[in-house]
Design a protein around this ligand. Structure first.
Ligand code: C2E
Ligand code: CA
Ligand code: CA
Length: 534
């Protein structure tokens, strides 16, 4: 039952720890994927942006030399075509991007770099021309490659709105090169000049249509009157669709974080941590249970017993936390606490040499003489007159106990008791190795008195053994007057049990003691409990 409780407590700690670690791992996974998502979205946006920038600077680098050409060619307006054509051909050949150059005088295209002398009203070919202002616009070729898109650059001659130079740029070829979409970030790219648009793969358009679920980015040139629009899937959606590829790495990372959390919480989220917290927060309290002389029922000592009021778990019985504390190497701090508390309250105990103060000590505490060091530190400075008895239970591996420690204890005037005597495996062997001053008859043997023939016989044997070896006997778990009478009549010197007193807070002991010093109340010739059972 108690071990079940201990297992339950340990399981609940492990479960909580597991929940925390899994929670952290999930959080890490979520954060990693979110971070990847944000980063990826930014990268996608950046791709669109840099695509635009690249297109703009390429087109600008194409348009800049046209300005120089204009400077050279504009003075030719009005000159004979024969003279001008050679120069124009030269320029067109040098620029490569220019399909043809034309000279316009009084609104008539009179000279073309390709066709030589002409006489075509320019507004028949290009209704917007001639114009008093320089123009850059997209149009359709009506002369050479009929129907193909072209970019026209019109430069009016000085002081005339009807004379000028027209350069035809081979824009279809250019856009085929520079507007090629960059998937998956850019699925469509459009060049916008004035109110017309040239889309890669689609030709000239009057307006740009953006489908649902697509986003568009427009960027304008700072030097020329054109802009570029890129259209593609939303960067967030793109990042989201890419997220599964990030999953393996994110999973590994989150598992790593979960594992680190598992290691890091090994101490913090364990029962041992809880015991440490309990000690720090003063949740432990020392109770005492009186030991009575079997002869006159006077109090001849106490056994100190730990109680743990844990606000998170409620009262935890010592049968649960003591074995766990032993497993986790925390029994020594608990025993030190009992020692400290005993010394702090030493004045409440009768100041006589025969008054026994029993504390429970785990065998592991005897290892390498740690208990001796602790007694020197906590017990000896108090210079208490009372007799300290260390109760060692057989539950522990008593053979671990070092003989030198036993010898030192005796030298310090500290008694040794074997607790729960008879329940362990080799009780008799300990009698020799430990040379105890006291044997405590386990409460199961006391309970057997008058009910269980076999165990009653063992009780008799233990009593006889102790008497033969001159070891003092204390019977635990005395609950009935019959048991008390039996034990007393068989020569057990000291009795402990609910019949006389339950374990009580140290602060209550003086009051109990005052009550007990008056002759014990008797009913039908037997003493009755002096404090109400709790
Ligand atoms: P224990 O050393 O055998 O302590 C006696 C136990 O019997 C105590 O249980 C006490 O409350 C109980 N008891 C006393 N009189 C009667 C009775 O008439 N009838 C019955 N049925 N029980 C009685 P508690 O306080 O629950 O302690 C249980 C065990 O926990 C102790 O057994 C002891 O082994 C351990 N323990 C308690 N405090 C400490 C401590 O400070 N250090 C160490 N190492 N162990 C401790
Ligand atoms: Ca004990
Ligand atoms: Ca016991």
């Amino acid at each position: 039952m108690q071990t079940q409780t201990a297992q339950r407590i340990l399981r609940s700690y492990r479960r909580r720890r597991l929940i925390v670690c899994i929670g952290l791992a999930i959080l890490a996974l979520f954060l990693t994927l979110s971070a990847r998502f944000v980063a990826e979205r930014k990268v996608n946006e950046q791709h669109m942006l840099s695509f635009n920038q690249r297109v703009i600077s390429t087109l600008e680098s194409i348009l800049i030399p046209l300005g120089d050409t204009n400077k050279d060619i504009t003075p030719l307006v009005g000159m004979s075509c024969q003279t001008a054509q050679v120069k124009m051909l030269e320029h067109a050949a040098r620029l490569q991007t220019v399909r043809s150059i034309g000279l316009i005088k009084d609104g008539i295209l009179y000279c073309s770099s390709i066709f030589g002398p002409q006489a075509v009203p320019i507004n028949l070919l290009q209704p917007r021309l001639p114009s008093a202002l320089p123009l850059l616009y997209l149009s359709i070729d009506h002369t050479l490659l009929k129907g193909t898109p072209i970019l026209l650059s019109w430069t009016p001659a000085e002081n005339s709105s009807r004379d000028g130079v027209i350069q035809t740029i081979n824009i279809e070829l250019l856009t085929g090169l520079i507007l090629e979409p960059e998937r998956p970030w850019v699925s469509r790219a459009v060049l916008n000049v004035a109110d017309s648009h040239l889309e890669y793969g689609k030709g000239l358009l009057q307006r740009i249509t953006v489908a649902e679920g697509e986003v568009s980015h427009e960027m304008a040139s700072e030097r020329f009157a054109f802009s570029v629009t890129t259209i593609g899937p939303p960067p967030g959606l793109l990042a989201l669709s890419n997220l599964p590829t990030q999953l393996p790495l994110a999973l590994i990372l989150s598992m790593l974080i979960g594992y680190i959390a598992w290691l890091a919480t090994a101490n913090r989220m364990s029962f041992s941590w809880e015991i440490n917290v309990g000690l720090a927060l003063h949740e432990f309290e020392v109770f005492c249970q009186p030991l009575l002389s079997a002869r006159n029922l006077q109090c001849v000592g106490v056994e100190l017993l730990l109680r743990w009021n844990n606000p998170r778990q409620g009262w935890i019985p010592p049968d649960v936390f003591i074995p766990l504390a032993e497993q986790q190497n925390l029994i020594a701090p608990l025993t030190r606490f009992v020692l400290e508390e005993t010394v702090r309250h030493i004045d409440i105990f009768p100041k006589t040499r025969d008054f026994h103060i029993g504390i429970n000590v785990a065998a592991s505490h005897f290892h390498e003489g740690v208990i001796i060091a602790d007694l020197r530190r906590y017990w000896l400075p108090a210079k208490a007159v009372q007799k300290l008895t260390l109760e060692l239970t057989e539950r522990d591996a008593l053979p671990d106990v070092d003989h030198r420690v036993v010898r030192d204890l005796h030298r310090m005037g500290v008694n040794l008791a074997i607790d729960d005597f008879g329940t362990g495996q080799s009780s008799l062997a300990y009698l020799e190795t430990l040379n105890p001053d006291v044997l405590k008859i386990d409460k199961s043997f006391t309970a057997a008195i008058g009910t269980d023939a076999v165990n009653s016989t063992i009780t008799d044997i233990i009593i006889a053994l102790a008497q033969r070896l001159g070891i003092q006997l204390v019977a635990e778990g005395v609950e009935t007057p019959q048991q008390a009478e039996y034990l007393r009549s068989h020569g057990v010197n000291v009795l402990q049990g609910y019949l006389y007193a339950r374990p009580m807070p140290l602060s209550e002991f003086p009051r109990w003691l005052r009550g007990n010093n008056t002759p014990p109340p008797r009913r039908k010739g037997h003493p009755v409990p002096v404090i109400p059972l709790r």
